[in-house]
Design a protein around this ligand. Structure first.
Ligand code: BTN
Length: 326
């Protein structure tokens, strides 16, 4: 009910009459009034004027189901939505839900994580009130060896969503999927999978986005937030909904070919490594080359010093800029 009222108020600039709300939502005037009162208690500023109705003036930056749903316009992604004020890790929660039979497209969000996890066994700092911690659970009918490409699909969705909200093309991607602004990391993705040799049970794509962080601890000197880059704060729920919108579109294109053929051009447009020297750290073998872009499997093509081109698979190697993080 609260989310339906929020959606109705958000869709309209100006006032929506109480009568219209009652008719669209098929509820009584008292029910509308009660829901508006609850929303006000949660920090929403809702003006009410006799003979005009209600108007939404300001919203708290809440990571609640009602707030996220009021922005969400997808068919599938995020439609089954689970929100936590705090949890251990949204990836862990998404995996539990998957084991219990949750549907494809289930999204888990949290305002805070106590055991946030990053790639390569690292921890992911997850304080409350400033960032996005979200995990999308999919049941893709694809071969397990193709699942790592989904990380790149999410990277693109997050980059495009951030660029849309920041009204510019400030954000790019460091291969395979770190979101980069001004040479610093603004978001990262950890993808996990439960599969047999030839079939996937589920995939969990977990993304952390530094949205409204004002200052990072000294050890995170390579981190940046959208707020720091743009000079103002963002509504986290709106950004989550935009990420889901872009992901749904890109996932549809990925499904058509089961690779990145239809997305490669857009991915390369976002890739900040292109034309730059990179250091490739393979187990037992390190070398330097120039990043060219990705192939249709999402592998990074690197021209080595002797002119031949290597195709690098994300799982095995990491790539560093030779003058810094990018
Ligand atoms: C990285 O190391 O770059 C990946 C970071 C992924 C962090 C996100 S936050 C939401 C989800 N839950 C986790 O525990 N990790 C991912």
């Amino acid at each position: 009910m609260k989310e339906k009222i929020l959606t109705a108020l958000r869709e309209r600039e100006g006032y929506v009459s109480g009568q219209e709300l009652c008719e669209t939502l098929a509820v009584s005037r008292t029910a509308v009034w009660k829901a508006v009162t609850k929303l006000r208690e949660e920090g929403y500023e809702i003006d009410s004027v006799q003979n005009k109705g209600y108007s939404l003036l300001a919203s708290p930056d809440a990571m609640t189901e009602a707030e996220i749903r009021s922005w969400l316009h997808t068919r599938e992604m995020g439609q089954n939505l689970v929100c936590f004020e705090d949890t251990d890790s949204t990836n862990l929660q998404a995996k539990y839900l998957a084991e219990e039979g949750a549907p494809h497209g289930t999204l888990v969000c949290a305002d805070q994580q106590t055991k946030g996890r990053g790639r390569r066994g690292r921890a992911w700092d997850s304080p409350p009130g400033e960032a996005i911690y979200m995990s999308l659970m999919l049941r893709p009918a694809i071969r397990p060896e193709h699942a790592s490409m989904l990380t790149l699909v999410m990277g693109m969705a997050v980059a495009d969503a951030c660029n849309e909200l920041m009204e510019g093309n400030m954000a790019g991607l460091k291969w395979p999927n770190d979101l980069v602004i001004n040479g610093k990391k603004a978001a990262g993705t950890l993808t996990e999978m439960s599969a047999e040799l030839d079939c996937i049970h589920y995939v969990v794509i977990g993304t952390g986005i530094n949205v409204n962080t004002r200052e990072f601890p000294a050890e995170l000197s390579q981190a940046i937030s959208l707020r720091q880059a743009a000079g103002h704060s963002f509504q986290r729920a709106e950004l989550i909904a935009l990420c889901m919108k872009y992901f749904e579109t890109y996932y549809g294109l990925f499904e058509q070919t089961e690779d990145l053929s239809l997305l490669k051009k857009d991915y390369d447009r976002l890739l900040v490594n292109t034309g730059r020297e990179v250091r490739v750290l393979e187990p037992g073998h390190e070398y330097t080359g120039t990043a060219l872009g990705i192939n249709r499997y999402g592998e990074l093509q690197v021209r080595c010093e002797d002119g031949h081109v290597e195709e690098i698979y994300a799982g095995e190697v990491s790539v560093r800029g030779i003058y810094g993080y990018v």
